[in-house]
Ligand binder design. Structure first.
Ligand code: HEC
Ligand code: HEC
Length: 210
């Protein structure tokens, strides 16, 4: 559902309609999952002369990663993570708890280890835990997500440079490209994604209106 809404919102903006570099697959996205997408290189946006338009196009491209199931499953607005490409509620019931690592006996580390565990299919990464509710992205538009990730009161006090580093280097973010099991990896690579975010920041870090 979300993808359909997002895709039609994209198509209705002149930015996308006029920019061949993005949105080429905008009308063929599956409803639930960002499967089979590719991530364009920063170079693909060099031809957009207007700085603001270029910034917006870069963020929309990076949005393919940000709105991928691998990121969204850990950035819910409720207390419970979701799983699979269809974002079903986490089984069994687990909640964020006071520190993001679970509540009571249901700690994330009871099941999630420092690496993916291929035998059982449980994904893993050091410090596996749930993003705080203020960093929830599920059900939000790309513009809303953009504004909140730039807001130091909601992003853990990161300035733009810190945000760029987090996207490009953080191991929890990086897990999305080697998710284990039969999970769909986020499109492109963390390096390519980091470059898009860095170029977006450099062009003013503009956010889509919606
Ligand atoms: C009792 C064991 C258990 C506990 C505790 C647990 N998980 Fe999981 N989790 C799993 C299993 C098993 C899967 C894999 C399910 C699948 O892919 O079908 C999973 C998958 C996930 C996924 C889905 C990844 C994806 O993109 O498909 C996320 C996100 C997740 N867990 C987050 C958490 C967080 C955060 C915590 C702590 C608050 C936690 N889990 C606690 C067993 C657990
Ligand atoms: C296993 C859970 C998990 C996954 C998967 C995950 N994140 Fe996060 N994310 C977190 C947690 C927890 C935080 C809070 C900061 C911290 O403790 O590292 C966070 C914080 C962030 C932040 C900074 C704060 C903000 O405004 O949201 C960004 C940006 C971010 N994540 C991006 C991503 C992207 C992009 C992906 C996918 C490529 C991703 N994350 C996947 C758990 C996750």
């Amino acid at each position: 559902m979300k993808w359909l809404v997002f895709a039609s919102a994209c198509l209705s903006t002149s930015l996308i309609a006029n920019t061949s570099a993005v949105g080429a697959d905008g009308d063929s996205r599956p409803a639930a999952a960002a499967t089979g997408q590719t991530l364009q290189d920063v170079q693909a946006f060099a031809a957009i002369r207007d700085r603001r338009e270029r910034s917006l196009a870069l963020f929309v491209e990076a949005g393919k990663v940000i709105e991928s199931p691998r990121c969204l499953n850990c950035h819910p607005v409720t207390a419970r993570p979701t799983q699979t490409d269809g974002a079903i509620p986490h089984q069994p019931v687990v909640t964020r708890g006071p520190d993001g690592f679970g509540r009571g006996g249901m700690r994330c580390s009871n099941c999630h280890q420092a690496e993916n565990y291929d035998v059982s299919g449980v994904p893993g990464s050091p410090k596996w835990h749930l993003a705080p509710a203020v960093m929830g992205w599920q059900g939000k538009s790309l513009g809303q997500i953009c504004r909140q990730i730039k807001d130091p009161t909601r992003n853990g006090g990161l300035d733009m440079a810190g945000l760029v580093r987090h996207m490009g280097d953080d191991p929890l973010v990086g897990w999305a490209w080697k998710p284990g099991g039969d999970r769909t990896p986020a499109p492109g690579s963390q390096e390519g994604f980091g470059k898009l975010i860095a170029a977006w920041a450099k062009t003013g870090g503009h956010c889509p209106d919606d």
